[in-house]
Design a protein around this ligand. Structure first.
Ligand code: HEM
Length: 440
């Protein structure tokens, strides 16, 4: 189930474009971690000082606002991810903000439920369901997908170039980064009969409803969208019209460890997670990779032509500024972590982003360094039994996107004010919502 929630006060909106900017280093701050607000503008805008403070002062820190234990050192995060017996994934999809009765009513009335399937499944059915997913995203599939990714990227960038030619500016998030992964996923999974813009809207709504801190009115709007998404998936799974070699076709043929067919609710829950995980996060990665490359002197020209540079650049973005900033686990029993005692049922928030800036593992973590020796040691895709099965696809898409954008649009620069773009600031997802560029 997705509903059990943390006790979070004061709803805010998902985009942190404005608001107070005081951070942990503001003068006169006696107990800086006491000011930490994981959804607040200071944290979303510039999380690095907070993450440094957590790592150095309180590496397993109880956050009184959310009730979560924040785990920020690379070693501890990795330890948790690699021990699925003690640290269960069951809370991975719980709503971060309590869903009030009117919102629950919308969901329940529509039969919305997400039983354990992938990320939130610590049971015996996990490995079989995961195999269905990896069949579509293994190395061979990803290599075969490169021409598809290139074709869609070219098409979208041609449109962005026309817009630049006619107006002098463009937003590479809405015109390119956000759309590419959705179109690629539809082709790879054989998804038909739906407009990519609708899939994007549904997927973003799910992220905000379950990982954000929206106010009631917004929660109700989001719940309606999520219900539409769930209904469409249920009809598609039930309808029997999905091609046999499509993802949904494979799921309907899947058998559980006891030989029984997959129930509709679990098949829908599996699709729900894959469709959300497979598009929004990758769009966010592409947006950050573009923004960072545009901001670094000479990088835009270099990624267009230097062999291996776009690949390494994307790895560095994943290390330093990953789109999935945190992930959750819950303790199966009382245990110790990094010298701190944790009770049974402790809800952990693994600070994946903080772990990528741990100076014990990545010297001078603030530097984007494509020649770093251990460039792939980040935990942006998790680790162990639940490690992201879409990692290779996501990395490849971002590499193709970055290189194609730098080649198609060699004479662009960040538009005035681009550095202050609004940011998506959810419990586990962070990325620019705009990549505004103009002709040089
Ligand atoms: C930049 C893009 C992406 C990032 C940063 C990302 C990150 C993650 C993370 C952190 C996890 C949890 C890992 C753990 O618990 O150890 C995860 C799980 C998952 N991701 Fe991704 N992901 C991305 C793209 C994708 C794509 C493109 C797909 C599918 C096409 C995908 C499908 C999944 C699935 C199915 C799981 C659950 C796996 C399991 O529980 O066995 N992700 N991802």
């Amino acid at each position: 189930m997705l509903f059990p929630a943390l006790d979070v006060p004061a709803p805010r909106s998902a985009a942190a474009g404005t608001g107070p900017t005081a951070g942990p280093n503001s003068p006169g701050t006696r107990d800086p971690l006491g000011l930490l607000d994981l959804f607040g503008a200071p944290f979303v805008r510039d999380p690095y000082p907070w993450l440094d403070l957590l790592r150095s002062e309180s590496p397993v820190h109880h956050d009184p606002v959310t009730g979560l234990w924040l785990v920020s050192r690379h070693e501890d995060v990795r330890h948790v991810l690699l021990d699925p017996e003690v640290f269960l994934p069951d809370n991975a999809q719980n709503a971060a903000t309590p869903l009030p009765v009117p919102v629950l009513r919308v969901l329940v009335r529509a039969g919305f439920t997400l039983p354990p399937a992938l990320a939130n499944n610590g049971t015996a059915s996990h490995s079989g369901l995961r195999r269905v997913v990896t069949r579509f995203f293994n190395a061979r599939c990803v290599a075969a997908a490169v021409p598809v990714i290139e074709r869609i990227a070219d098409e979208l960038l041609d449109a962005a170039r026309s817009q630049l030619d006619s107006t002098g500016k463009s937003d590479l998030f809405t015109s390119f980064a956000q759309v590419l992964p959705s179109r690629v996923l539809m082709e790879l999974l054989g998804i038909r009969g739906i407009d990519p813009a609708t899939l994007i809207r549904w997927s973003d709504a799910a992220l905000e409803l379950f990982w954000g801190r929206p106010a009631l009115e917004r929660q109700l709007e989001l719940a309606e969208l999520v219900v539409d998404f769930h209904r469409w998936l249920t009809e598609t799974v039930n309808g029997g019209t999905a091609p046999a070699d499509s993802f949904i076709g494979e799921l309907t043929r899947h058998r559980l460890p006891d030989g029984s067919p997959l129930d509709v609710a679990t098949a829908v829950g599996t699709c729900f997670f894959v469709f959300v995980a497979g598009q929004s996060t990758t769009g966010q990665l592409i947006a950050t990779a573009l923004r960072r490359a545009l901001a670094e002197t000479g990088m835009w020209q270099r990624v267009a032509c230097e062999a291996g540079l776009a690949e390494a650049w994307v790895q560095e973005v994943l290390r330093r500024e990953p789109p999935v900033t945190t992930w959750r686990r819950v303790t199966a029993r009382a245990t110790a972590l990094g010298g701190t005692r944790l009770p049974e049922g402790a809800q952990l928030l693994l600070m994946l982003m903080g772990s990528g800036s741990d100076p014990e593992v990545f010297p001078q973590p603030e530097r984007m360094c494509p020649h770093r020796e251990n460039i792939r040691h980040h935990l942006a895709f998790g680790a162990g039994r639940h490690r992201c099965p879409g990692a290779s696809l996501a990395h490849t898409e971002a590499v193709v996107a970055l290189r194609a954008a730098a080649r198609h649009l060699p004479r662009i620069q960040p538009a005035a004010g681009a550095a202050d773009a609004p940011m998506l600031g959810l419990l586990s997802f962070r990325a620019p919502l705009r990549v505004a560029v103009e002709q040089r």
